[in-house]
Design a protein around this ligand. Structure first.
Ligand SMILES: [Zn+2]
Length: 373
């Protein structure tokens, strides 16, 4: 409480949107003038005077400093937002990266560009590439990573407000992030619908079609049946919009992992938390900064400002997601707990019936046949 009141940016004249208007002088004092001078200082990167005006949310804006602050003061309302980078160590290739096995596998389909595989208009004309991709990525062949289990651990500790994932690999579910905490922003393979008559098909039916290398056709109208994955040109699930209206108000830590922060509207989640919410980026590349991300508005403090003099609350760990969470867990004294959770859960997934209930006898037979040559 005291910390928040003391450091309230409004008290030192930093107002973002509403105070940016030159006409707005109804607040008493001169917040507008202050706001403008700070904005100018920020823009010109006039380091020392600016950082003196805007107090840091945590004293040391490094991963270690964040962990120290966490141990002493705690974060209570944590939101996680993740992309493909948290699943690459599970063996799921990032299809956007040229040169990845998956991208090369898709070469035979002569996609006009990789993203076409998730475009509805292209899919309607040429569904085969998507189903080839779906076969490769189909849930059940991969296991969650340390990064997934770190999120599960946050839930176990009662700290997780919501987990937003761009991934369609269902590893978040498999790691035990419960349904009510999970927002699969780009949909999942759990349900499937005919693109014309909307008839619903279950996962087992779809899996059989996909693994038989057939384009799944509706039994009623013979149109294509599509997994409920969000394609470009489709709306995100209602849950995404509903959740973000409520989640970010109280969020005190946003953990961003394994995402380029370039796919919209998902990327904009990074802009939702208030100015006192600490944002931790764990990612191989230095994403989210103005230099790389033109859509973010630095003047309103929305872009990630790590390694910049105006930074008050952004922390970056630039490296693999698993290494990042393991280091964080170690610094928090959670290392053993995380390792134990992982080994227990992964053992459960190794039990024949546990990995995917929907795995049919036919698949097992197919697997044993294919392993003979
Ligand atoms: Zn139909």
């Amino acid at each position: 409480m005291s910390d928040n009141e003391h450091n309230d940016p409004a008290a030192v004249g930093i107002r973002s949107k509403e105070a940016d208007s030159p006409d707005n002088d109804s607040n008493g004092g001169s917040p507008t003038i202050d706001g403008i001078s700070i904005m100018l200082a920020n823009t010109l990167s006039m380091g020392p005077s600016t950082s003196a005006t805007r107090e840091k949310v945590i004293a040391d804006l490094t991963p270690k400093g964040l962990a120290d602050h966490w141990r002493k003061n705690g974060f209570k309302k944590i939101i996680t937002m993740v992309g493909a980078g948290i699943s690459t160590s599970a063996g799921i290739p990032d299809f956007r990266s040229p040169g990845s096995g998956l991208y090369d596998n898709l070469a035979k389909y002569k996609l006009p560009y990789p993203a076409a595989i998730f475009e509805l208009s292209y899919f309607k004309r040429k569904p085969a590439p998507f189903f080839a991709l779906a076969k490769e990525l189909y849930p059940g062949s991969f296991k969650p990573t340390a990064a997934h289990y770190f999120i599960r651990l946050l839930h176990e500790k009662g700290l997780l407000v919501r987990h937003y994932t761009q991934n369609i690999d269902t590893l978040d579910r498999l790691a035990g992030v419960p349904e009510d905490k999970l927002v699969e922003a780009h949909g999942s393979f759990h349900t499937n619908h005919c693109i014309r008559c909307k008839k619903e098909y279950d996962m087992a039916w779809m899996k059989e079609e996909i693994f038989a290398d057939r384009v799944p056709k509706c039994t009623s109208c013979m149109k294509i049946v599509k997994p409920d994955i969000v394609f470009f040109g489709e709306d995100l699930p209602e849950k995404f919009h509903k959740s973000l209206d409520v989640d970010f108000k109280e969020c005190d830590l946003l953990i961003i992992m394994g995402t380029s922060l370039e796919v919209h509207p998902f990327a904009a989640l990074a802009q939702y938390p208030g100015p006192r919410c600490v944002r931790l980026l764990i990612n191989r590349d230095a994403v989210g900064r103005l230099k790389y991300t033109t859509w973010m508005d630095e003047q309103n403090g929305d872009s990630l400002l790590y390694n910049r003099p105006t930074n008050t609350r952004d922390v970056a760990y630039l490296g693999d997601c698993d290494a990042g969470v393991l280091e964080l867990a170690k610094n928090l004294g959670w290392e053993e707990e995380l390792q134990e959770l992982m080994s227990t859960e992964l053992k459960l997934l190794d039990k024949p019936n546990a990995v995917v209930k929907q795995k049919s006898k036919k698949d097992k037979a197919a697997a044993s046949t294919s392993s003979t040559h």
